[in-house]
Design a protein around this ligand. Structure first.
Ligand SMILES: Nc1nc2c(ncn2[C@@H]2O[C@H](COP(=O)(O)OP(=O)(O)OP(=O)(O)O)[C@@H](O)[C@H]2O)c(=O)[nH]1
Length: 113
């Protein structure tokens, strides 16, 4: 059976609830947009395989819930990611200010592992 990919990247999306994490991901993997906001429960993921320099690169993107109540679940994924996409809503200044809090949460988990 042909190999499905040559390289796998695991990425994680973090940011406040409602900033558009799920929407960005759907747009990237399915070229689709949903106008209603259905909050992610815990963690969800989608994949996309891209061809780069003759290599099949599979990107596995983990979409986390922005709501505080899911923090215990979402933190479990901080360690496993090779890259993190911090998302804010350009029309919501506090969601931008909170980016430093999200970065701090990641540092807390990754520095003390
Ligand atoms: N106008 C506009 N609305 C957007 C855009 N991106 C997302 N939205 C809307 O913003 C709302 C929230 O989007 P989601 O992608 O569900 O947000 P989220 O960050 O995944 O939220 P949680 O799962 O609760 O953490 C939805 O109603 C989307 O339709 C955008 O670029 N422009």
């Amino acid at each position: 059976m042909a190999k499905q990919y040559d390289i796998l990247f695991r990425l994680l999306m973090l940011g406040d609830s409602g900033v558009g994490k799920t929407s960005m991901l759907r747009s990237f993997t399915d070229s689709d947009f949903e106008s209603s906001h259905i909050s992610t429960i815990g963690v969800d993921f989608k994949m996309k395989t891209l061809e780069m320099d003759g290599l099949k690169v599979r990107v596995q993107i983990w979409d986390t819930a922005g709501q505080e109540r899911y923090k215990t679940i979402t933190k479990q994924y901080y360690r496993r990611a090779q890259g993190i996409i911090f998302v804010y809503d350009i029309t919501n200044y506090s969601s931008f200010q909170h980016i430093s809090k999200w970065v701090g949460d990641v540092e807390e988990v990754r520095l003390y592992e």
